[in-house]
Design a protein around this ligand. Structure first.
Ligand SMILES: Nc1ncnc2c1ncn2[C@@H]1O[C@H](COP(=O)(O)OP(=O)(O)O)[C@@H](O)[C@H]1O
Ligand SMILES: Cc1cn([C@H]2C[C@H](O)[C@@H](COP(=O)(O)OP(=O)(O)O)O2)c(=O)[nH]c1=O
Length: 204
């Protein structure tokens, strides 16, 4: 029987997801788990090539959604499914919830179309745990402005991120069994303590 889990990290840009990814991976490794850390869009050579296009080129909204799922199909085939079959834990920096939040919530693509793609690409796969790093928009924006050159998504306006955040929170309410919302206005130390408690509940 396999016991490895599939964990996804989600949140609007600047929420603090990447800050905590290696912390969670290290925590699991301390508990003798083999952990595969990966990301979307990306995770394979084709996926990384698609990521560069997706993050920097303007395109039709449906093209964007289709390319996200194309990259995901390859990612599942090459990385996620084989790892879980080997009983390795998988931590992915974003997965399908991001498409619902950004292309569905942020860009207003009909969620039913995304549900069709989800059913096509991974009818039987869902994360065991989704950590949603949640912050008010002004906090996320201040963190982004302080640290990096912004990509196509990060350059979007406040109403885009408000709609993206709202769709994340709507999904968290729809799937409470797998979502855990992390109040990312807390200190990094407080968030790490919360993550330890959440993972202790998952790993038994
Ligand atoms: N809880 C926190 N308190 C203060 N600053 C934070 C916190 N979490 C992350 N940061 C800082 O905010 C910036 C964006 O964080 P990052 O993890 O890259 O966000 P994301 O991956 O969600 O876009 C980084 O400079 C990081 O150090
Ligand atoms: C996976 C995914 C990401 N995205 C967007 C969200 C992010 O703005 C961007 C890349 O995500 P991310 O890896 O969080 O960016 P960074 O490394 O700069 O923190 O792609 C979507 O719009 N839809 C998706 O399905």
């Amino acid at each position: 029987m396999t016991t490895a889990k599939f964990i996804t990290f989600e949140g609007i840009d600047g929420a603090g997801k990447s800050t905590h990814l290696s912390f969670v991976a290290d925590l699991l490794r301390q508990r003798k788990k083999t952990v595969v850390v990966t990301r979307e869009p990306g995770g394979t050579s084709l996926g990384e090539a698609l990521r560069t296009i997706l993050l920097h080129e303007k395109m039709h909204l449906e093209t964007e959604a289709l390319l996200m799922f194309a990259a995901r199909r390859e990612h599942i085939a090459q990385v996620i499914a084989p790892a879980l079959e080997r009983d390795d834990w998988v931590i992915s920096d974003r997965f399908t919830d991001a498409t619902f939040a950004y292309q569905g919530g942020g860009r207003k693509l009909d969620l039913k179309k995304l549900e069709i793609l989800e059913q096509w690409v991974h009818p039987h796969l869902q994360p065991d745990l989704t950590l949603l790093f949640d912050v008010p928009l002004d906090v996320a924006r201040a963190r982004l402005d302080a640290t990096r050159t912004l990509d196509k998504f990060e350059q979007e306006k406040a109403d885009f991120f408000a709609a993206t955040r709202a769709e994340y929170l709507r999904r968290a309410a729809e799937f409470p069994e797998r979502f855990r919302i992390i109040d990312s206005t807390q200190t990094i130390a407080a968030i790490q303590e919360q993550l330890c408690n959440i993972l202790a509940g998952l790993d038994h």
